[in-house]
Design a protein around this ligand. Structure first.
Ligand code: AMP
Ligand code: ZN
Length: 114
């Protein structure tokens, strides 16, 4: 745990969140400022700064394979979008690695904006 990290505090239960799923590797909670009707954040329990620092194969596979299961649980049968912001120029504002899962509206094609 990084004591200065917002998501570490949420994972430790020191800050509130609307959690929808958790297991031994990840916690999933609702984004506080949703950009779509469903907007979840898939967050590893380990403090990893960004995709640049992700080197855990098991965790990577686990997170990727969890995404469609979460989407299905949320009723996103028509599809969903995943976003990973990496570094300041990539729009990352919370420096604890996370994957955005968005859906529930028509997100449009070739959409890179959130
Ligand atoms: P990123 O730009 O990828 O670092 O996105 C960070 C995301 O965290 C943003 O979409 C924020 O709305 C979200 N966020 C910030 N604080 C909280 C919080 N306390 N609980 C849930 N989501 C948050
Ligand atoms: Zn952290």
């Amino acid at each position: 745990m990084n004591t200065d990290c917002l998501f570490c505090k949420i994972i430790a239960g020191k800050l509130p969140s609307e959690q929808v799923y958790s297991d031994e590797k990840v916690v999933v909670f609702k984004d506080i400022n949703p950009k779509a009707p469903i907007h979840l954040l898939i967050v590893p329990r380990t403090h990893i700064i960004s995709l640049n620092e992700l080197d855990d194969d098991d965790l990577t596979v686990h997170m990727m394979q969890l995404l469609p299961k979460l989407a299905k649980d949320q009723g996103l049968n028509g599809g969903f979008r995943t976003v990973i912001n990496t570094g300041p120029a990539g729009g990352q504002i919370v420096f604890h690695f996370h994957i955005h899962l968005l859906g529930g509206g028509n997100l449009g094609g070739a959409g890179f904006a959130m």
